[in-house]
Design a protein around this ligand. Structure first.
Ligand code: CU
Length: 164
């Protein structure tokens, strides 16, 4: 019900919800652009998605959680180096200050798709719903690109999940 209200308010205000590209979603000043994921092997149980969040509003917002029909769970992860070993840790949330852009890129941050229901195949798209503190739910379409796309490998040798 709240989502419907938020969407209705967005549509009712000229100047908002004017994005036409399929990859962009706008609600309360938040836009999500260039969402992509890496293709996975047939055996992969996890995948990673990346996107750019632009806060065009005058107030800060926070990305609180995410979900996708492509996997059992979707978790925001940050990549850190610990004694020369790349590790990833879940993030509680992600702040997007007004007028700033936050980009999830390999080697820094990603949306971890845990328990993939099917391999992510090159050229396919799947949806992810991002839940923001103020902007509410924003559905994005994630395009699957080549396994090695991006600047750094997601699955680096020695990369491991820290216990939660
Ligand atoms: Cu991860």
């Amino acid at each position: 019900m709240l989502l419907i209200l938020v969407l209705w308010l967005g549509l009712a205000q000229p100047g908002l919800a004017q994005s036409s590209t399929p990859n962009a979603a706008t609600a309360a000043g938040i836009a999500v652009e260039h969402a992509w994921a890496r293709a996975t092997t047939a055996a992969a149980k996890t995948g990673a998605a990346y996107f750019t969040i632009v806060n065009k509003g005058t107030a800060g917002d926070r990305l609180l959680s995410a979900s996708s029909p492509a996997s059992d769970r979707a978790q925001l992860h940050v990549t850190i180096e610990d004694h020369g070993v790349m590790k990833m840790r879940p993030m509680a949330d992600l702040e997007i200050k007004p007028g700033t852009t936050v980009t999830l890129v390999p080697g820094r941050m990603h949306l971890m798709l845990i328990g993939l229901k099917a391999p992510l195949k090159l050229g396919e798209t799947f949806s992810v719903t991002l839940t923001f503190e103020k902007a509410g739910s924003v559905e994005i379409q994630v395009k699957v690109e080549k396994p090695g796309a991006g600047s750094m490998e997601h699955s680096m040798p020695g990369m491991q999940m820290s216990p939660q």
